[in-house]
Design a protein around this ligand. Structure first.
Ligand code: NAG
Ligand code: NAG
Ligand code: NAG
Ligand code: NAG
Ligand code: NAG
Ligand code: NAG
Ligand code: NAG
Ligand code: NAG
Ligand code: NAG
Length: 606
């Protein structure tokens, strides 16, 4: 993926047009000694092996966004309903201008690369010039970063080339935010739980009959949730999308593929009017990510996402992004899979596009502590850029409650007991979606596979202004009366923000009916509902919702969502955080009411 747009060419020519100051800068800093830039502990489950690391890394250097406070202020202003700039989203160029590094930073980093024999032609520059990437042999990166890489192996067999500490010449510390792959051990694990094959006989593909009545009891079987049930529950069943320009996307990692033939069978059974979307949805391969080309297979997560979304948003255009694990110019067969860090690769691509879908669902995540804070911050800032451009970015909240039993310890060498927040769910610039089950809806769990909807408080991101100002998080924390004190961070960003059905969805996989659990199911359903709201706004000539949270926490959450009051996010060998009346950290504001959303946006008669 070579992205070298015009904006960057301009930047480079500026840099070379000022030769007078440069040699001096170079000489001053050439002697700048190395100092450790970052250390991060090896997360639980990973051990270093003796395997050879003789490979290429797709090294990504992030230049510090020194004006992020400005970007954040703009993001909050355009996302806050009471602000006069509400929904005046920024164009790609406007956002690029906000994140473009200053000339000094760019030239110092380019100089550093040249000192290591890396030419500009070898590098890819992100659209705003804030990321520089190059495929480099490990040995060369080791010299540049004064470090030593190892092949780490996870208990489950996954391998990655990583290090636990890296350094940079001191004068570059203030200009570089993060360099990856180094210390981020994150894997984008799909947030879905054990597949439960062959549900109740009434979902047999051959004798499936759609329910004849239209009431909830007839339409919904909560042991096998269908699009008809979701549309009825959340009030989207009467809405027909109207804007030719509205679109929704979901993301695939780890080789997941959304299979068209399975989607077609699913829609034939459960949403016959939408069958053509199985052949029409757009597939974009980033960095060699697989697409359904007739031989690529299928994945549980990919199938769940396309079937869930197509079942609810037809005829809105759907895009499936598949981000590959290794760079396309990979030269070495010895390379482990997943050597690349996933989100930065996707962000580099999507932020480089002129037009981006208004709603994007991602059902992947990992423990926050598997990544260093600098990496989490850099990725989270990328999502903030999407928000400022008017994109509603949604992530699933995770499937292990407050953390899997017996795994809830810090990685920092101290082995402190703690709840385990998930990333990117903990990022304050995205909307985190939890799971519910049954009716009336309670916090989702499944005793057959240990699934419990994820929730928690970030240890990296402070409670954002929209949560602080609304007071709902502090009020909830107070209501806990000291329970779990010391296990979670009261001053951290709390999630999920909202919740929606995430239990026993019917999915067609490899031609057969199965059911799947997980907030992986919740996220595409919430995204579908939001995408219909965005459609209604756009059909009315208005801008889409963009970043949802300021809107949710200043009234929409309480008015347009149904409170979930029962259940808890069991985990870490505790009962976890309980749901309660009003916002709670188990289910956020609860489940969406589409007609009320339209009402409060002044679109009531649609
Ligand atoms: C929707 O898809 C159709 C068919 O692929 C395409 O012509 C149209 O431009 C797309 N619209 C948007 C908004 O992407
Ligand atoms: C759809 O987008 C195109 C191109 O941006 C624009 O010209 C057109 O007015 C839009 N249509 C509607 C109904 O918003
Ligand atoms: C189809 O995709 C798979 C997986 O990405 C790839 O290995 C294969 O070469 C592709 N086949 C064709 C014909 O493009
Ligand atoms: C999709 O699944 C069908 C079975 O339903 C299978 O025959 C087909 O090969 C799969 N498609 C791909 C691209 O693997
Ligand atoms: C952390 O502490 C727990 C409980 O005391 C113990 O079971 C576990 O082995 C410890 N882990 C490490 C890495 O020390
Ligand atoms: C929720 O809890 C209340 C009080 O504990 C109980 O009366 C009610 O039946 C519960 N509802 C559900 C759906 O579990
Ligand atoms: C708790 O969160 C705050 C705000 O993000 C952070 O500064 C602090 O380091 C966190 N504490 C721990 C123990 O992680
Ligand atoms: C798909 O189903 C066929 C039989 O219909 C079976 O042979 C094959 O192993 C299945 N593939 C997967 C990946 O489950
Ligand atoms: C985890 O521990 C809790 C509390 O001890 C227990 O209720 C729950 O069933 C356990 N979960 C799993 C998956 O074993």
């Amino acid at each position: 993926m070579h992205i070298l747009p015009a904006a960057l060419a301009a930047l480079l020519s500026v840099a070379t047009a000022t030769p007078v100051a440069q040699p001096k800068v170079h000489q001053d800093h050439a002697r700048s000694p190395y100092a450790v830039k970052e250390t991060h502990f090896v997360p639980r489950g990973w051990t270093a092996t003796d395997d050879s690391t003789d490979q290429l890394l797709d090294l990504k250097i992030g230049l510090k966004n020194k004006k992020f406070a400005d970007l954040e202020r703009h993001l909050y202003e355009v996302s806050l309903p009471t602000h006069h700039r509400y929904r005046q989203h920024f164009s790609k160029e406007e956002v690029d201008n906000l994140v473009r590094p200053d000339e000094e930073a760019s030239s110092l980093v380019n100089e550093f690369l040249q000192d290591h024999g890396i030419s500009k032609e070898q590098c890819r520059y992100s659209s705003a010039g804030d990321w520089i990437s190059a495929a480099l042999p490990v040995a060369q990166v080791e010299k540049m970063l004064n470090t030593k890489y190892s092949v780490y192996k996870h208990e489950d067999g996954t391998t990655m080339i990583r290090t636990t500490e890296w350094s940079l010449p001191q004068h570059l510390h203030e200009h570089i935010s993060t360099i990856q792959p180094t210390t981020a051990f994150l894997r984008a694990s799909p947030k879905l739980q054990t597949v439960l094959e062959s549900p109740d006989a009434d979902f047999n593909e051959d004798d499936w009959d759609p329910p004849s009545a239209t009431d909830l009891i007839s339409v919904c079987n909560f042991e096998g949730v269908t699009p008809a049930c979701l549309r009825l529950l959340y009030g989207t069943d009467d809405y027909t999308p109207q804007s030719p320009n509205s679109s929704i996307a979901f993301t695939n990692y780890l080789g997941e593929v959304a299979n068209r033939s399975d989607a077609s069978r699913f829609l034939t059974m459960f949403r016959p009017d939408a069958v053509s979307s199985a052949s029409m949805f757009d597939q974009i391969s980033i960095s060699g990510g697989p697409v359904d080309n007739g031989t690529a297979g299928a994945g549980y997560e990919g199938n769940l996402d396309i079937q869930t979304i197509a079942g609810q948003v037809w005829p809105i255009n759907i895009t499936s992004y598949s981000t590959g694990g290794s760079p396309p110019f990979q030269a070495d067969l010895n390379t482990p899979t997943n050597t690349n860090e996933p989100y930065l690769v996707w962000l580099e691509y999507v932020l480089g596009q002129q037009e981006v879908e208004q709603t994007i669902s991602t059902s992947y995540g990992d423990d926050e502590q598997t990544v260093p804070q600098s990496y989490a911050q850099a990725v989270c800032e990328g999502f903030a850029q999407l928000g400022l451009r008017g994109v509603s970015v949604l992530f699933s909240s995770g499937d292990f409650g407050v953390g899997s039993n017996d795994t809830c310890y810090s990685n920092d060498g101290k082995n402190t007991s703690m709840f385990l927040p998930a990333f990117p769910a903990s990022c304050p610039y995205i909307t985190a979606v939890g799971g519910t089950r049954g009716y009336p809806e309670v916090v989702a769990y499944d005793t057959r596979n240990g699934y419990v909807s994820g929730s928690g408080f970030s240890n990296y991101f402070a409670q954002p202004a929209y949560q602080k100002d609304s007071g709902v998080v502090d009020k909830y924390v107070e209501s806990l009366n000291g329970e779990y004190d010391g296990l979670y961070n009261k001053s951290g960003r709390a999630y999920p923000d909202v919740a929606v059905q995430g239990y026993r969805y019917i999915v067609i996989y490899n031609g057969s009916v199965i059911t799947l659990d997980g907030t992986s199911a919740s996220c595409p359903t919430m995204a579908s509902t939001i995408s219909l709201v965005n459609d209604a706004l756009m059909a009315d000539g208005q801008a889409p919702l963009g970043f949802l949270n300021p809107w949710l926490y200043t009234g929409a959450g309480e008015k347009a969502f149904t409170d979930v009051v029962n259940g808890s996010t069991t985990g870490c060998n505790t009962a976890g955080f309980p749901a309660a009346a009003g916002w709670d950290v188990a289910s956020g504001f609860g489940t969406p009411q589409f007609p009320t959303m339209l009402d409060i946006l002044g679109l009531g008669d649609s």
